[in-house]
Design a protein around this ligand. Structure first.
Ligand SMILES: Cc1cc2nc3c(=O)[nH]c(=O)nc-3n(C[C@H](O)[C@H](O)[C@H](O)COP(=O)(O)O)c2cc1C
Length: 216
């Protein structure tokens, strides 16, 4: 009896150490349909577009995430699979990762879902500035050079940087329209972040962008 109790206790301890070490398992998140009827007039939004570096702690709802990601680089022409942001030769080489408190996800535009990548809070690694680790969301833009079918490495870097810029501006405009705070950032320890994200040899972090509600 004593032996069984001892073994059961050991089992529970090992299980709880395992769960603490590896975190809860993340599940894919199917995003709700983006709401395409909303938004303020474009000229008003351009008037308000700005970088902000002070964020409140409130999380973004799934509907806001859905609208944000669709605006960033969602599929706006399902018949051809083309996106809200242009890419050179329609290579669609920029992936958007989401670093949130619950973990790291990858946005899959075609199915409009969030695919789990890591059950770990890596926000502190998404940038060197203090506000990055506490903001509810950091988008991490990653270029996949294997999708760029021609050009030198220098040209691939140029296309990836330009294509990231369009996505980042879409996010800026969405945030200005919705009263959200955002800033795009290059100040990142890219090697450390890439290692933590377990990126492959063809994947390059281009920029990151913090999104949240303005600090009250
Ligand atoms: C490519 C790029 C990299 C940037 N990197 C950073 C950064 O690492 N940290 C930061 O706080 N802001 C960063 N910014 C934001 C700029 O500082 C900001 O856009 C600029 O000061 C103009 O301010 P505005 O966006 O409010 O017009 C970056 C902007 C761009 C376009």
């Amino acid at each position: 009896m004593k032996k069984t109790l001892f073994l059961t206790t050991c089992g529970i301890c090992i299980l709880s150490i395992f769960c603490t070490a590896f975190g809860e398992e993340l599940k894919p998140i199917q995003l709700p349909k983006p709401q395409l009827e909303g938004g303020r007039p474009l000229m008003q939004v351009l008037k308000d577009r700005k970088s902000s570096r002070e964020f409140g702690p409130e999380k973004l709802s799934l509907q806001v995430l859905s609208n944000l990601l669709w605006a960033a680089s969602g599929v706006n022409r399902p018949e051809s699979g083309r996106r809200t942001a242009p890419t050179a030769a329609n290579w669609q080489e920029i992936d958007i990762y989401l670093a949130m408190a619950e973990g790291l996800y990858l946005y899959e535009a075609k199915s409009h879902l969030l695919k789990p990548v890591l059950a770990e809070d890596i926000r502190a690694l998404a940038g060197r500035q203090a506000f990055v680790k506490d903001a509810p969301l950091n988008l991490i833009y990653v270029a996949d050079f294997s999708r760029i079918s021609r050009g030198t490495n220098e040209e691939k870097e140029f296309f990836s940087a330009a294509d990231t810029g369009f996505i980042a501006q879409n996010v800026y405009l969405f945030c200005a329209s919705e009263g959200l705070a955002t800033v795009v950032r290059a100040n990142i320890d890219k090697p450390t972040l890439a290692k933590t994200m377990k990126l492959g040899p063809d994947q390059r972090i281009t920029l990151s962008q913090t999104v949240g509600y303005p600090k009250k």
